[in-house]
Design a protein around this ligand. Structure first.
Ligand code: ZN
Ligand code: ZN
Length: 303
């Protein structure tokens, strides 16, 4: 897939840029001793490891279906999210631990000017890279790449917040503000992590497609039903960039297999066009079978 190739390439570059940003943040921490900056640097570590894991997951996910994985490898993407979630928990715990310690013993920064300037440089590198990703994502019309760019921009804002907090702590000699900033960084990363894990668990549990997409599928089926009588028992599930739908199609009892198959092919084509990455499986049944069949299974989703 083209978009996957593109993502792989930019994800690899993102890891490299992430390492540079992390080195700058770590330097800023060594120069100041600020726990707020320390937390921001830890967040960078999480981002780098997560980007690396995502890179491996994307490479696995891009492999075509094979004999041992006939539905493809796209669920690999959820593993990297689970790893990122675990890392976030660990990092947030460490941030709060460091902040707690510093709150009990507030201390001034060692080299505030040089340290804060280094952190500002890190933010500028991140911001510049985010804009590059955004431009590339728009050019290639890749929602995933655009989402990555927005995520990075939100990280720039977080680093900006740390810069502001540390700057105020230094200018006003409010040294207690530094651990407060560290706790805010921890809460922010926890919030992001929670959403991430929530999404991945949904995918691993074969969650249905979002409501709007299911609605689109229903409309597409209804619009292309011609020749068939009705459909029921529609089920959907998501596996990374791929999605699966299956349903029962009721046709007149006298219809030939060839005619029914032509309807199925038409529905499959229309659905693939309506929802990219969608695989459709249709179970055909004659009108005479469907009636008793349907009332029996009213309210259940099993066939
Ligand atoms: Zn049925
Ligand atoms: Zn066929």
């Amino acid at each position: 897939m083209n978009e996957e190739r593109l993502l792989l390439k930019w994800a690899a570059w993102s890891v490299a840029v992430g390492v540079v940003v992390f080195a700058l943040k770590w330097m800023a921490w060594l120069l100041t001793g600020s726990v707020g900056i320390y937390s921001d640097a830890l967040e960078s570590v999480v981002n780098i490891v997560a980007a690396g894991a995502a890179l491996i997951a994307l490479a696995v996910s891009a492999r075509p279906a094979d004999a041992s994985h006939p539905f493809g490898h796209t669920k690999a993407e959820y593993f990297s999210a689970v790893i990122e979630g675990a890392l976030i928990l660990f990092a947030a715990f460490e941030m709060i631990r460091a902040a707690w310690h510093r709150f009990a013993n507030p201390q001034p920064f060692d080299q505030p000017v040089l340290g804060l300037a280094t952190l500002a440089l890190a933010a500028a590198v991140m911001g510049g890279w985010a804009l590059v990703l955004l431009a590339q994502g728009r050019k290639a019309r890749s929602p995933a790449l655009i989402a990555d760019a927005w995520h990075l921009l939100s990280d720039v804002i977080a680093t900006g917040g740390v810069l502001l907090g540390a700057g105020l702590a230094w200018l006003l000699k409010w040294w207690w503000l530094d651990p407060v900033v560290a706790v805010l960084v921890a809460l922010n990363i926890l919030w992001v992590g929670l959403k991430l894990v929530r999404g991945s668990v949904g995918g691993l549990m074969d969650e249905a497609l979002p409501k709007e997409q299911v609605e689109k599928i229903r409309q597409t089926i209804s619009a292309n039903l011609g020749g068939a009588l009705e459909y029921h028992d529609l089920r959907t599930r998501v596996a990374g960039p791929r999605a699966f739908v299956e349903f029962h199609l009721v046709v007149p009892s006298q219809m030939t297999v060839a005619e029914a198959h032509a309807i199925c092919d038409r529905l499959e084509r229309a659905l693939a066009e309506a929802v990219p990455g969608l695989t459709t499986v249709v179970h055909v049944e004659p009108e005479s079978e469907a009636k008793g069949h349907r009332t029996m299974r009213m309210g259940t989703r099993r066939s």
